[in-house]
Design a protein around this ligand. Sequence first.
Ligand code: ZN
Length: 276
Amino acid sequence: MPEGDSIFRSARSLHRVLAGHAVTRFETAYAHLDRVNVDTPIVGRIVERCESAGKHLLIVFSGDLILRTHMRMNGSWHLYRHGERWWRGPQAMRVRIDTAEWVAVAFNVPVAEFITPKQLETKGPVAALGPDLLGATFDRDEAVRRIVASGARAIAQTLLDQRVVAGIGNVYKSEVLFLSGVHPDAPSSAVPQATLERMMEIGRGLLTDNVVDGSSPRIQTYRNLRQLNPASEHDESLWVYGRRGKPCRKCGAAIVSKKMGLEARSTYWCPRCQPG
Ligand SMILES: [Zn+2]
């Protein structure tokens, strides 16, 4: 599952090339999207902006219409020039949006719906999101309040709950807990307030570090996007994630891991730096 920062970067790349431009072609493999397109055509609308909200990617069109997509495990947005060869086959295409200069393609995106700005704000998963670690403003106190309200649930599970705090995925979950010195099984409400406050600062720091903009004026294609995406599960720069059996970078103890939660996501931690 991508972290909030990779969705943020995808939205920013789409925004740079699509915003302010008219849609010249729209295609979708989803009947429910096509129905909306038939009733109220997407072609001719202006892409007003593209943005992320937690791990949702929003494409805002003129005429009060928003396309909300969620990547889950395997979905992705790519940008191509007209005529450029796609990295994936057309059978994986779920949504295609053309402007005069660019083709934006959503591959294997399992969640896609058209909604109005009002619907976005009042119902559905975006309305239910907790404070967004990558938001222009981040309400840390509210995030901490929601973590504490999660009670006995393991802190590692709580950090993945986007209704509590938005943006943390499986990789940063382990990293944030390590940097906070907190055991993944600790009951959410038992973690000291000051530690949770620091944990939120660390999370915001990790995520925003990964979206710092290079000064390159070069337009980002998918290739560049991939190079810009360091949230790899085998990243050399990670503290504990993916490092089972390897020495802790702080104390040398062997990193341990286990599967947690309904979706059995791997959690990694240092038994010495993060005592139970
Ligand atoms: Zn350690």
